[in-house]
Design a binder for this molecule. Sequence first.
Ligand code: 44T
Length: 855
Amino acid sequence: MPNASARPKHGRRPRRRRRADPDPARNELVSSSLESAQQCLFSQDYGTAFVHYLLVLNLAPVFKDVARESFRFTLFKWAEELDSVGRIQDLFDCYEQALELFPADEVILNGMGEHLFRMGFRDEAAGHFHKALKLRPDYPEARENFYRVANWLVERWHFLMLNDRGRNRKYQQAIQKAVQNGCNTVLDIGTGTGILGMCAKKAGAAEVYACELSKTMYELACEVLAANGMDGSIKILHMKSLEMEVPKDIPHRVSLVVTETVDAGLFGEGIIESLIHAWHHLLLPPQRGENEFGEQSATGRVIPAGATVFGMAVESREIRRHHRLRVTEVGGLSLAAAGELHSPVSCSSEPDDSMEPYTTERLSRLPGGYKPLTEPFTVLNIDFNNVQELEGLSSREVQELLLPVTEEGVLDALAVWFQLHLDEESSLSTGPKEDTCWEQAIYPVHSPEGFALKPRDKLIVEVSCRDAFLRLCCVAVLRDGHKIHLDKRADSQRYENPVSNPSPEAELCSALACLQTDQSGTKSSCMLECSEMALLNNLNYHQCFSSAITKLISQLKLKNQTQDQGSAPQPDPAASAQCSGLFYVLDVSEGFSLLSLIAACQGHVKAYSSVEKTKQQEVLKRLAHSKGIAEQYLEFWLNRVEDEQGMLQRPAREKLWSAIILDCVETCGLIRQKLMEKASLARCLLEEGGRIFPEKIVVHGMLVESDTLLLESAVQGQEPTLGFNIAPFINQFTVPVHVFLDFSTLECRHLSQCVELFVLDLMDTNANYTNREVKVQATAAGRITAVPFWYQMFLDQEISVSTLDQNSHWKQAAAVLQQPLQVQAGEWVCLSVRVHKSTISISARVTEAPAALME
Ligand code: 44T
């Protein structure tokens, strides 16, 4: 392109050259603003400093380089302030202004990502970390953040699906057949990496369109299409299929829709709605035999052609402890006064954003296994090529199924899976017995007592399809001629005569009962996350904690007594408060926690809880009340402070904390971010003899060979997927640490004993090393593919809890090695373990035996 500036066009005013012809007024403004910015920064008036910097950098971009550091610093400080006073919109406006000035600044991008993440905008946050990392691949902050959120950007099942050759081949064959039979124009709904669209193109379809609603997946698909030379021949749109129109987005209706927008519960990705819309707006009419002239007109069809949904009642300890309260007393607290506590997974409630109709599990990997209580039964058959049937689904009457119980056991859940009929000949199954990557949908039963089914019982299950989710609910059991209602929630089971319908009087009574307005008569209910339910059910955890706090408080009492005896009465008010005999305990656990209350049970303790949700606070208050703990001994700490720093500040000027309880490990198995910073801060706020719980964390691990972990981490093998080049692109989203693992049921071979990988001392955070080499001996020959790890948390020197415990609410994590490492039995492996800002990374190499053993 010719240099336009070399040939100034006549008639236009030549551009002014800044340096040659300076604008004195403007320069004056810039320099005075710059000075003001610096002064404001010095006096910590970050808001004004930020405005001055914006003005300077917009007027005089030449200062961008020199002012970049101070500008970033100002932005972060100002954003922190805005955050602490809840001015979220202003906060994001500032970041946006900053990114307009520095669109490729990885530090600002990363900072914005962190705020987005804290506000719950995980996808957007992940996008920012990804961008930051692309700009500077060795930027550790962005790398750590990216690894923590990559799972949201590209969910791990994409790897599983692409590694599932059986599934890939079946889809490819079905598409190929359809195209060969005349389906010449194809739309791939929810294309993901673009694989099904590429199959259609390769099979010879004349026109292929694809849509994808996730921005990251859309961008990934664009890269994949280009790498496979199909970017010109497949038109891909970043949109939800429901927003597509003919001819705006695609020129005319297509003869084939291919899609795999199904989740473990079949309908969770909205396939019903998408197909109804597609049939009305994007697909040619369905085949209805020959037309009046005896010829076939162009018709439309869908792959998959339909599905059959199956269900089965199961007993499972693991499901039970995550959805129902199984204990009556924990850590010395009777839970009777708590009211009804339930998990967020329930199909019985009215549609509500906070409730989900089902959760998912791989039955074959449930710790403790599962026991089928009925034979698998058919829940539903659905034809995706019949739009009337699709439309009728949501208005369908609730259907009642009567299922013979085949085995004795506790009714914990209904498990659901399906067969996807790709066409008349070929189908895929997501069943628990299949060798597939699929999970099953789990509809937990809620009655807290647990209903024990017996072989001759009949289980009554209601099936409905409100709001396009399939809902299954165990409503009653028929036993010896009686109908026993299984109430969804806490109420006890009611018996009723099965032959007669309820009398009008009985109906009137129950209607009146529903109208009851007296609050004292209604039981309060509170929702807890599944992991919070499991935590509450963990007796050992609460017992350990209770013992440790009892020990600490009695030590402190003893110390105070001996001090009192040794000193004369003190006039100083601060010192007299110290002697008032109250111990201050702060629990900064995330989510619901009973620990503050357990501390308050010790007497002479003023406990501060960080439980935020009002309903959960009420549960704690009720429990405190029932235990005779006066109101002023339990406070909610977050009610008083805005920011994280404040949370750890002392309760009153004259008093320091006797104990601070830190929540160190996330349910997914990772150490919480900023744990060490919090611990150092907490330590400064302890009274003499006070403690942080836990005081020390020991990280344990083991060498394993696990192909399963590899399949979930990256697309494996050198061979292209169905002949397409996909792996290098999606594998950019591989993360080195796998989370939410159940180590007890992971398919793997153990190649070593458990070893101590690392110790984190929370009472002396400076004492922690960041790198450590650990030598481990292989106990068997094999390929080390991963190092699962977990934590033993020492509350004090004797008492510890492990995240590997079978009743733990924690899952485990595993470092997946970049390259598998082949070892022989007896060989030594050196693990380099690094902890950077609470992120653990591990690499491995074969090494010599430790010197001590060589002698
Ligand atoms: N996961 C299965 C569910 N989409 C698969 O954005 C099985 C889970 C699973 N795009 C373990 C194992 C497995 N218009 O990228 C997604 C999604 C996109 C749409 C445009 C629409 N109407 C939609 C609806 C969804 O489709 C892609 C695939 S959804 C498949 C879900 C391996 N855990």
